[in-house]
Ligand binder design. Structure first.
Ligand code: ADP
Ligand code: MG
Length: 334
């Protein structure tokens, strides 16, 4: 009996010693250096933190470059630009991933989400072309070019019903890039990371402080410069893919009319309703990103329905009687 107690004691001491060896006194995993890479990409910022044996900024940069060659509308040599300009091209893996996700969310949202909005996005001054004066006539002339069912992916070729149809992957690309960077980190041996591209986030494991990652949900107050960053909430997570869409950064006024960068493909006009921001958690950041934009098109009520259909979770901020109110889906657990 006594002997067994001694054994158990010895085992406990050994376990304690092992814990001390694995974690230093701040709870940080020992022998794991955390790196931080920051910069600009897709017209926004990125901030990547991870533990690894060495700095992985080269691998991260080359993943971004490959992404740019596939999905950037601002790169005239990209696959998506070639599709938009009717030049001969074949799709690549990134493009095909984007396509599958975008079409799925178009279907779930009955076309509220639609990557063929590009001509409208340009018309309203949020695309790669400069803003024009918007008239109902111009909207009417563009509407026949809008519709996710007017484009097909046949093998590695995009086939368009009308050559003037153009694609805009901005509402999926940042989230998709978060997933891609997280995968690059995993492949290079990282065990813990936080990938943030313009507010779309993939987190895994623990932070350099040995704790869950802390992620802010931005308060949707008008912030055209993106400098305010007041927070509505902070969540603590160890494994998440999350994206936020809002109309508090990318908008402008035409007279008294507020024009946001979320366009309703069904009316051809920027959306106007009380939903100020939509934060979505899904199994991939790409899916969360597309769903968040779809929520912004649909408004709070229909957004809840979409999120349920898509098997995701959401945190919506709506304006109610001049103040902000939060609506969470039942399965929001953070
Ligand atoms: P952010 O770029 O602020 O993260 P989103 O992910 O919501 O916001 O993407 C908004 C962009 O998506 C717009 O700037 C536009 O290029 C494109 N977009 C606008 N309306 C739609 C829509 N209904 N469906 C798909 N993409 C859209
Ligand atoms: Mg989006």
């Amino acid at each position: 009996m006594k002997r067994r107690k001694v054994y158990i004691g010895a085992i406990l001491i050994a376990l304690a010693a092992l814990a001390v060896a694995l974690f230093n006194n701040e709870g940080r995993p020992a022998n794991r250096t955390y790196y931080r890479n920051e910069g600009k990409v897709f017209g926004t910022y990125y901030n990547v933190r991870y533990d690894a044996e060495r700095d992985l900024s080269e691998a991260i940069d080359s993943a971004f470059a490959a992404f740019d060659r596939s999905l950037s509308m601002f790169n005239p040599e990209s696959v998506i630009s070639a599709v938009n300009q009717n030049r001969d091209t074949v799709t690549d893996e990134r493009f095909e991933q984007m396509w599958a996700q975008a079409m799925q969310v178009s279907e779930w949202s009955n076309g509220a989400f639609d990557i063929t909005v590009a001509p409208l996005v340009n018309l309203w001054g949020f695309g790669f072309k400069h803003r024009e004066e918007v008239t109902q006539e111009k909207i009417d002339s563009i509407m026949p070019l809008i519709g996710w069912q007017k484009v097909k992916l046949e093998g590695k070729k995009v086939v368009k019903e009308d050559a003037r149809i153009m694609l805009d992957a901005s509402a999926v690309a940042k989230g998709q890039a978060c997933d891609v960077i997280a995968e690059v980190l995993r492949q290079h041996g990282a065990e813990n990371w936080l990938v943030d591209i313009g507010g779309e986030v993939v987190a895994h494991g623990i932070s350099d402080k040995g704790e869950a990652w802390r992620i802010g949900i931005t308060k949707p107050v008008d912030d055209p410069m993106g400098t305010e960053n007041e927070l509505q909430d902070i969540i603590e997570v160890t494994d998440i893919a999350m994206a936020t869409s809002g109309n508090y950064r990318n908008f402008y006024y035409e007279g008294k009319e507020r024009r946001s960068h979320t366009i309703d493909p069904r009316t051809g006009r920027p959306v106007q309703h009380s939903l100020l921001s939509a934060t979505v958690v899904a199994e991939s950041c790409m899916k969360a990103d597309a769903l968040a934009t779809a929520c912004m098109v649909l408004g709070a009520e229909d957004a809840m329905e979409l999120i349920e259909k898509a098997g995701a979770a959401c945190y919506l901020i709506v304006s109610e009687n001049d103040s902000l109110a939060v609506r969470k889906s039942k399965n929001w657990k953070w």
